[in-house]
Design a protein. Structure first.
Length: 193
């Protein structure tokens, strides 16, 4: 089983909400990659929810359903300068959830080599505490597996907007049974002992 992780930032009336979403898919990694790659209709650019039209969003919904994807999200209020701190705090419950789901490999969409270092520190601390999935890898947007997490983040962000919500966003959230939990701020991320 594999998990894919991405994030989104939502602007609200009270500030920013940093959201980390993980999705789990059960089939083999290679078959999941093929199903997700088909959502872009063989174009060069990868899938990105914000830039997709109704046909591609519908294709992603169908891909998520065919893969049996389930998802969870964690969110926390933050300021512009405290997004990295929020991310560190939210990666912990995200990776613990993946571990409880039986995930063997987790793919996290890379934010660039410098920013990935902070994620690696979180994983290292979790491993020192005796937890986390077997393999965690950071991949670029070219990797179709992380497109699923991108779609879920985009769908959730759309569902939080004022005004009419894209029906594909609602469908995507329902298919993966996405539930987003609020995690209160802490000075340091809490690692299980």
């Amino acid at each position: 089983m594999i998990a894919v992780i991405d994030e989104t930032v939502i602007t609200s009336a009270t500030g920013l909400l940093y959201v980390v979403v993980a999705a789990v898919v059960i089939p083999s990694e290679q078959s999941a990659r093929q199903v997700l790659a088909a959502t872009t209709a063989s174009r060069q650019r990868g899938f990105h929810w914000v830039r997709e039209g109704p046909d591609r969003r519908n294709d992603m919904c169908e891909a998520a359903e065919s893969l049996g994807a389930t998802a969870i999200g964690f969110q926390q209020g933050c300021g512009r300068r405290s997004q990295d701190h929020a991310r560190a705090q939210l990666l912990v419950p995200t990776l613990l959830w993946a571990e409880r789901e039986g995930v063997r490999t987790t793919y996290i969409e890379s934010r660039g080599r410098r920013l990935d270092i902070a994620d690696r520190r979180v994983v290292k601390k979790m491993r020192a505490a005796g937890t986390t999935v077997d393999r965690v890898e950071w991949v670029t947007k070219k990797e179709p597996l992380v497109w699923l997490a991108d779609a879920l983040c985009g769908a959730y962000r759309d569902s939080c907007a004022e005004g009419p919500v894209d029906p594909h966003a609602i469908k995507m959230i329902e298919i993966a049974q996405l539930n987003v939990e609020y995690i209160p701020k802490r000075v340091e991320p809490r690692f299980p002992s």
